[in-house]
Design a protein around this ligand. Structure first.
Ligand code: BTN
Length: 324
């Protein structure tokens, strides 16, 4: 059972300046013991709260509680059904369980933080407080062989939503990573997608689209060379948008694209995808299950496969990922 609804008022009352237990108790009409217990629970769930002796409690991180508000708002499309958590092992697990249980498409799970976030290829996905971590259940009426390119459509949609909401130009890396250009040169990853599915040869039962976007979360030291968070970049719009804005814009754009994609496949998105591509027609290294391939990234084909030129020969690659 989610405790989010009960704990959220206390969490949202915290900020970067210390608030005493007494003030919190008064504000929230709780006893001081109840405040203390809830703080304890929030800390145990992994929320970055520090206790300063005699001064009170501090939230170490951006106090952006816009995700919780999506539960009530008309801020999101009517087809989307949010489930909000303060902490989850992985939203992917929650969404997959529900998909297996027959839940209709449009339900999604979003969590302030994940304690066991997973990336592609069984990697760990760092999912601290302040990021945008969610998993959306889809039931596309396409055969599984065609379903894989939904990840590319989703990455394209997210890159557009990021640009529109935050003003930060976002680029793509095959198959479905979203990058931001860094100075003096190069790119860092801000978002990735984990697409998991189940079905029969000719019928897809469900797809769970897991989205991880670094927004205001702190990245561990070892990732800082290759990954970044949107909050690290300054634009005219800095400070004027929330994670809720990003999520709402993504859902809106994604659903429109998803409907087109179901009817026509990836072809109609191919040019737009390539237009947003981070390093078109440049040398790259592709990691596949069968080893590394070096070549020039020439294009993506109508199915979303990468076209790579290796020693003057065009090769179509369906699996793997470009190394940053
Ligand atoms: C990647 O490796 O690039 C994909 C990362 C996907 C992370 C998201 S965060 C929400 C959902 N829950 C998870 O455990 N993973 C996905």
């Amino acid at each position: 059972v989610s405790r989010a609804a009960e704990l959220l008022p206390l969490l949202s009352a915290l900020g970067r300046t210390p608030v005493s237990g007494q003030t919190l108790a008064r504000k929230l009409h709780l006893s001081r013991t109840a405040v203390w217990k809830q703080i304890h629970e929030l800390k145990a769930a992994g929320l970055p709260i520090t206790t300063l002796s005699r001064r009170g409690y501090v939230l170490e991180g951006m106090p952006d509680f816009s995700l919780a508000a999506l539960r009530f708002a008309g801020a999101i499309e009517s087809w989307a059904r949010p489930h909000y958590e303060l902490s989850a092992v992985s939203t992917q697990v929650l969404a997959k369980q529900a998909a297996l249980g027959g839940i209709p498409e449009g339900h999604f799970w979003v969590s302030e933080l994940q304690t066991g976030g997973r990336g592609r290829l069984e990697r760990v996905w760092s999912s601290g407080f302040g990021g945008l971590w969610f998993s959306l259940v889809l039931r596309p009426q396409v055969p599984p062989a065609r379903a894989a390119s939904i990840g590319l459509v989703a990455a394209l949609t997210l890159s557009r939503a990021i640009e529109k909401v935050s003003g930060i130009p976002a680029r793509l890396k095959w198959p479905n990573d979203v990058l931001v250009a860094t100075r003096p040169k190069g790119f860092k990853k801000v978002a990735g997608f984990l697409t998991e599915m189940s079905g029969e040869v000719d019928k897809t039962d469900w797809v769970v689209l897991g989205v991880g976007l670094n927004v205001f979360n702190e990245l561990p030291e070892e990732l800082r060379g290759i990954a970044a968070a949107l909050g690290d970049f300054n634009t005219k719009k800095s400070g004027a948008w929330t994670r809720g804005d990003l999520l709402a814009e993504f859902l809106k754009e994604f659903y429109a694209a998803y409907r087109v994609w179901q009817r026509t496949g990836f072809l109609l998105f191919r040019d737009a995808y390539w237009h947003q591509y981070s390093k078109p027609n440049q040398p790259c290294v592709l990691k596949t299950a069968g080893g590394e391939l070096r070549g020039i990234a020439c294009s993506v084909d109508a199915s979303g496969a990468l076209v790579l030129e290796v020693r003057r020969q065009k090769k179509t690659v369906l699996e793997g990922e470009i190394v940053l």
